[in-house]
Design a protein around this ligand. Structure first.
Ligand code: FAD
Ligand code: 2HG
Ligand code: ZN
Length: 501
């Protein structure tokens, strides 16, 4: 009985604990092993403090939606330093927010109060790369693009790619279980991450940084940290399997007269391109127009896109350029010559610059929306044939409440990874307002739940969706998640109020 009470009590503590603020004594302790430039604090301190504005980049998220009140950011350079910081914080009740590139889209990397921000930015060394196996072992703070550049001369590529590649870190990718643009071909990080090094809540270092393709020795504990959003441990090292670079990559953007053509087109493309198909991405007309308006890649001519309701980007990656080009050209010819063509027009990239420009149309939508206004983002998994239904229903729902207009919701749009059944429903407004928020939620979540979909396909739960977790997870699952949290982080210091309320 008393044991049961203690367990329940522990779970309670991990959810509700009030934490200590970082104080001068804490900063003084960090200074015993961190150099001056690795501590940014606004607290009055003998060794110097910074102006509060200098912490803005750490306290504000990429969308400008979430703002924290951290007074101190630490930037350890080694696993040992991370461990010392975490051990200290655990002992003195200081909550920690691990932060990578701060490109997350659900507020997970921002303190909800004045937690200590532990930035991984100074842990940015590649530990080893084996060009034979393709296994890369790296510090968690390495930026995705830099890892791509590092292995490129060895003719390998990262198994993950996303629009934020210039800023996001591999540790952040792992912590969010980011999906991105290559998931169709290379699968999720649950498959390509081979090992992790993690600092646990009490400062213990869990060394599972193996370079083994196969390892069935008991529970696969590392999987729990993939997608845990920094709530179970701080990822300091990553071992990841990188595929051989394809010999040739091509892409084409196709303009479609109706959304109804997307699924027949997907079936056709899969059949015709089979093993060389590496991406099948969707952009509706609103998203496409915004990308073009904000200079994200060069589109098709006005004539080509007249009457197009949506667009699809198809990428091929294969072993022989001539073979792949021939297949893609045959497919295009077939699509255009058909009695009832599925497409209106298409542009096939002719050179690397055009290849990047076509990709930018798709990758650049998020950036374009942020230039246009404030985004409400719903990153959902739903049946493919419901992509348009959900976007239209949301637009209508907002229109019925008179919320569509230049000073309210400017655009409602959908784009995403058709191949993964993942739609990005974005509502772009002039400002973030409670009225729009209340109109969108729980409306969108109920719609998603009605299709037994997921309210977060790839961005995570962060702070943004804790209240909505139950739309995609039943009580049994949530209770198990709570128990795991209490087991890994009994004092609840790691990224509080993220994932679980
Ligand atoms: P952060 O934003 O710093 O952190 C994200 C979460 O992980 C937080 O909860 C944080 O506490 C935790 N965290 C970070 N590092 C660690 C660590 N070392 N150990 C433990 N926890 C940690 N996502 C996709 O899935 N697919 C996409 O295609 C995609 N495209 C994007 C495009 C743009 C333009 C932008 C801005 C974002 C996009 N994202 C996408 C969101 C995506 O989640 C992040 O870009 C990326 O995975 C987060 O990495 P980060 O280093 O910036 O992490
Ligand atoms: C993408 O696929 C990203 O472009 C971002 O996951 C999606 O901005 C979004 O909603
Ligand atoms: Zn995405």
């Amino acid at each position: 009985m008393s044991f049961l009470f203690r367990r329940q009590h522990l779970a309670f503590i991990s959810r509700c604990r009030p934490f200590s603020s970082v104080g001068r004594a804490d900063v003084d302790y960090f200074r015993t092993f961190l150099p001056t430039h690795a501590i940014l604090t606004t607290l009055p301190n003998d060794s110097g403090s910074v102006a509060p504005a200098e912490l803005d980049v750490y306290n504000r998220d990429w969308m400008g939606k979430y703002t924290g009140r951290a007074t101190t950011v630490v930037k350890p350079r080694s696993t040992e330093e991370v461990s010392k910081i975490v051990r200290w914080c655990n002992e003195y009740d200081i909550a920690i927010v691990p932060q990578g590139g701060n490109t997350g889209l659900v507020g997970g990397s921002i303190p909800v109060n004045d937690e200590l921000i532990l930035s991984l930015a100074n842990m940015n060394k590649v530990r080893s790369f084996d060009p034979v196996s393709g296994i890369l072992i790296t510090d968690a703070g390495c930026i995705l693009q830099e890892l791509t550049d590092y292995i490129a001369p060895h003719n390998h590529i990262m198994p993950i790619d996303l629009g934020a590649k210039g800023s996001c870190q591999i540790g952040g990718n792992v912590a969010t279980n980011a999906g991105g643009l290559r998931l169709l071909r290379y699968g999720s990080l649950h498959g390509s991450v081979l090992g992790l090094e993690v600092v646990l809540a009490d400062g213990t270092v869990l060394d599972q940084l193996t370079a083994l393709r196969k390892d069935n020795t008991g529970y696969d504990i590392k999987q729990l940290f993939i997608g845990a959003e920094g709530t179970l441990g701080i990822v300091t090292g990553v071992s990841i399997l990188t595929p051989a670079a394809p010999q040739a990559s091509n892409n084409v953007v196709l303009a479609l007269p109706h959304f109804d053509n997307v699924l027949p087109l997907y079936r056709k493309v899969k059949r015709s391109l089979s093993e060389i198909l590496s991406a099948f991405e969707f952009i509706d007309r609103t998203a496409y127009d915004l990308a073009v308006k904000h200079g994200q890649g060069r589109g098709l001519s006005d004539e080509d896109v007249a009457g197009a309701q949506c667009f699809v980007l198809v990428e091929t990656s294969g072993g022989r350029r001539e073979h792949d080009e021939e297949k893609l050209n045959d497919l295009l010819a077939e699509l255009l010559d058909a009695e009832n063509p599925l497409i209106l027009s298409g542009v096939l990239s002719q050179n690397p610059a055009q290849f990047s420009s076509l990709w930018a149309l798709r990758e650049g939508v998020t950036e374009a929306i942020s230039k246009e206004g404030k985004a409400y983002k719903y990153d959902i998994s739903i049946p493919l044939d419901k992509f348009k239904v959900v976007v239209d229903a949301t637009r209508e729902h907002l229109a019925e409440r008179n919320l569509i207009g230049e000073h309210a919701v400017k655009h409602v749009m959908g784009y995403g990874h058709v191949g993964d059944g993942n739609l990005h429903l974005n509502i772009c407004a002039a400002e973030y307002t409670q009225e729009i928020q209340d109109a969108l939620e729980p409306f969108v979540y109920e719609l998603v739940a009605s299709y037994r979909g997921s309210i977060s396909a790839e961005h995570g739960i962060g702070a943004a969706k804790t209240h909505a977790l139950h739309y995609s997870k039943d009580e049994v699952s949530i209770e198990l998640m709570r128990k795991l949290k209490a087991l890994f982080d009994p004092r609840g210091i790691l990224n509080p109020k993220k994932i679980l309320e």
